[in-house]
Design a protein around this ligand. Structure first.
Ligand code: ZN
Length: 230
């Protein structure tokens, strides 16, 4: 049973990284409050995935916050911009991809911080990863450190010494293959997870976007079969 004195807010996108991150927090005895976002992403099917994963991994609660990042757009995930397909690793490694959503993790972590304050929780888990060509500036350790520092200045519970916020990023330095192996060890229901940026109307992955290609590479290198593709 999770310890109700160790509440943690766990960001849960519905992908395999955030699912593995939630499973880790559960394994380490945290009482997990999963948080997902309906932010206007073209891959809305990931929210259904998040609901199923939160239930399967026995999160104590799961909330879906509705925010609309399409008001600013400027990302292939939230605007009328094509998702890049079939890129090789060299192209993926060049610069910040068009699938980057402006300030997304800053926004998501701010919502997580608000819920943590309400819960009087001192721990937030986010499954960011700085390897595997992600190129996203808000997945880097220096960003997370700065956000953690800011968190303790930003809240009533921080200022009054009720909480001392810690942002946990257990996957930040792992390769996709290492995340797949870790998830398998933790019995993460990979078949429920969704990674594709541009699924078809039935929610099936495209197989060719950066996220699909990195996921496939991770499973291949881990020597495991991706249950989501069965
Ligand atoms: Zn895809």
């Amino acid at each position: 049973m999770p310890d109700p004195n160790r509440k943690a807010v766990c960001l849960l996108s519905g992908g395999l990284d955030s699912a593995t991150c939630l499973a880790l927090a559960r394994r380490d005895g945290f009482d997990c409050y999963a948080l997902s976002f309906d932010y206007g992403q073209r891959h809305l099917t990931e929210i259904d995935a998040a609901r199923r994963i939160a239930a399967a991994l026995e999160a104590t609660a799961h909330r879906v916050a509705k925010i609309d990042l399409r008001v600013f757009g400027h990302s292939a995930l939230t605007d009328d911009i094509a998702v890049p397909k079939g890129r090789d690793e060299a192209s993926m490694g060049e610069g910040i991809p068009i699938t980057y959503v402006p300030a997304r993790n800053t926004i998501f972590l701010s919502f997580a911080l608000a819920w943590a304050e309400v819960l009087e929780a001192s721990d937030i888990f986010i499954g960011v990863n700085a390897l595997d060509y992600s190129g996203y500036p808000d997945c880097r350790p220096e960003f997370i450190e700065a956000f953690e520092k800011m968190s303790n200045l930003a809240t009533r519970t921080g200022v009054e010494g009720i909480t001392r916020m810690k942002i946990h990023t257990p996957l930040i330095r792992l390769s996709k293959a290492e995340i797949v192996r870790l998830g398998a060890d933790l019995s993460v229901p990979f078949g429920l997870t969704h990674s594709c940026y541009d699924p078809d109307e039935a929610g099936r992955p495209c197989g060719q976007c950066d996220s699909c290609l990195l996921r496939a590479k991770g499973f291949r290198e881990a020597g495991l079969v991706d249950e989501a593709l069965r």
